[in-house]
Write a protein that binds this ligand. Structure first.
Ligand SMILES: Cc1ncc(COP(=O)(O)O)c(C=O)c1O
Length: 502
């Protein structure tokens, strides 16, 4: 029988002791599972308690182990650590480490962590109004935000907005709109595309089977067509854009003749730059080709700018490069620099076809998030963010191309690609299928994930992407020249070390 005392920590100041209560063996596991209690016992019996609890630790003992025990396994993580603070291009962890953040929380904190103007706008809003449910009334911060967004839209026809929380919700709202507006059902998405992980969005996601494995059946009525990416067509990286566009528009034509007739097809959805699918930009000619197909057949074009939008590729929205007009555009991530907010925008003539009540959600378009987003749009103008993106982009692409030709890398980098600060490096792989033109049986295994891990050890967060050996660079859009150089150095050292060790 165990006996001891449990300290009851004051909830508000965990760690400060309020009370001590005696306990017996039968209470031990209950006490250990409750982080507001600390067990104190004689040193001799401490290990017995640990054994009894099968290695159970409190959040104060070991927050990482606590998280591993209590956060669902369905979430993969780049690093097993607890982030405690973010400032600009850097994040801090509970163990004292300070890391350069070239992930921006997957393209979200584009203006750096805790941007002073954005955080202040949110904090000020918190003291005025925190929640105004969108079916109750308009609220001031949405109205202000829309006023700021209208002038930066990639096409003047985009004038009717609806705000959600996540990219997945906004994608699904776009699908609902397309179906009800056209009276048709089927949606065409791109192979390698990513639109989210909720049920409807997951049905449109074609970048990795791990997102949908075991979750079928998905939303019906979805068809996919190849994206103009050399890998998907089994051709070499320097294949001409013209050839890629010709092949993929031809495949789309076949899809409309063989699988989903235009009279059944409501929308084509595309990321103008594949995000999770490996950071591949759609050539302008492809986007223009999609626009023509949509116009010819009364199909809506949904442009998903969730990851590529808000300055990430050097223009406010990537679709500006092609000047293609979206019928519906989806935004999220950088929109509010970390506050949960997504948005679909379309033209009033289309959204007027929606019945009141068909859209809505308890937390949709949160007031505080909208206030933060309005500050984001201001910061873009006041701080010349796009100029910095374009200047740093040249430096980043230059450094990576130089690394690609470096003798120590020995041909193991097969592609450096990207626009603005949405840039990727693809490594050679010995495990690509035999038909893949960049299969290299003598290349080291799993280069991307090993390099990403080494970068973390060396002080920089960076992510992989896609089913290929790809590392993606998503630095803050206002990253300094020095921090960008530092990030490139860390990456280059990590690549060389891993190749040497292989
Ligand atoms: C292009 C794109 N669309 C949609 C989504 C889904 O957004 P969320 O994760 O906010 O649901 C993402 C997320 O990474 C994305 O990159």
């Amino acid at each position: 029988m165990y006996q001891g005392r449990a300290q009851f920590a004051d909830n508000a100041k965990v760690g400060q002791l309020a009370t001590e209560v005696p306990f017996l063996e039968e209470h031990v596991s209950c006490l250990l599972r409750n982080p507001v209690y600390r067990i104190i016992c004689e040193p001799a019996s401490y290990s017995t308690f640990k054994t009894h609890a099968q290695g159970y630790v409190t959040a104060a003992d070991d927050p990482v182990a606590f998280g591993q025990r209590h956060v669902t396994k369905g979430i993969g993580r780049l690093t097993e650590a607890v982030m405690t603070k973010g400032e600009g291009s850097y994040v801090h962890f509970h163990d004292g480490r300070r890391l350069l953040d070239f992930t921006c929380g997957i393209g979200v904190t584009n203006l750096g962590h805790c941007h002073p103007k954005v955080s202040k706008a949110a904090a000020d809003q918190c003291m005025e109004l925190v929640h105004c449910q969108c079916n109750i009334s308009f609220h001031d911060s949405t109205i202000r935000l829309i006023e700021k967004l209208i002038p930066v839209m990639p096409d003047p026809t985009l004038d009717s907005f609806y705000f959600w929380n996540s990219g997945s919700e906004a994608t699904e709202a776009a699908v609902k709109m397309a179906r009800v507006i056209t009276g048709k059902q089927n949606i065409i998405c791109m192979q390698g595309g990513y639109h989210g992980r909720t049920y409807g969005a997951m049905a449109l996601t074609r970048s990795k089977t791990s997102y949908s494995e075991g979750f079928f059946p998905l939303m019906p009525g979805v068809f996919s067509t190849p994206f103009p990416f050399w890998h998907q067509l089994g051709v070499v990286p320097n294949t001409s854009e013209e050839q890629l566009v010709r092949s993929t528009l031809y495949q789309l034509d076949l899809l409309l003749k063989q699988q989903t007739a235009p009279c059944d097809t409501a929308a084509i959805i595309i990321e103008p730059v594949l995000g999770e699918g490996g950071y591949v930009s759609a050539p302008s000619a492809f986007l223009k080709g999609l626009r023509d197909v949509c116009d010819e057949h009364g199909i809506l074009l949904i442009i998903d700018e969730v990851q590529s939008g808000f300055g990430r590729t050097g223009k406010m929205f990537n679709v500006e490069y092609s000047r293609v007009r979206p019928d519906i555009m989806v935004m999220a991530k950088g929109l509010a620099n970390g506050f949960p907010l997504s948005c679909i925008v379309s033209r009033k003539e289309l959204t007027d076809k929606l019945k009141p009540g068909s859209m809505g959600g308890t937390y949709a378009g949160n007031v505080v998030s909208c206030a933060a987003a309005a500050a984001v749009v201001d910061a873009f103008q006041e701080e010349n963010i796009l100029d910095n993106v374009n200047a740093r982009s040249k430096e980043l692409l230059g450094a990576l191309k130089e690394l690609q030709t470096c003798p120590e890398v020995g041909g193991n980098i097969v592609d450096v690609r990207g626009q603005g600060l949405m840039v990727a490096v693809e490594f050679a792989s010995p495990s690509y299928p035999a038909q893949d033109p960049v299969l290299n049986r003598s290349a080291p295994n799993n280069l991307a994930s090993r390099v990403a891990k080494r970068c973390v050890e060396k002080g920089m967060l960076i992510l992989t992407a896609s089913v290929y050996e790809v590392i993606r660079f998503i630095p803050p859009l206002n990253v300094t020249r020095e921090d960008l150089r530092k990030g490139c150095e860390v990456f280059s050292e990590a690549v060389k070390e891993i190749i040497r060790e292989a």
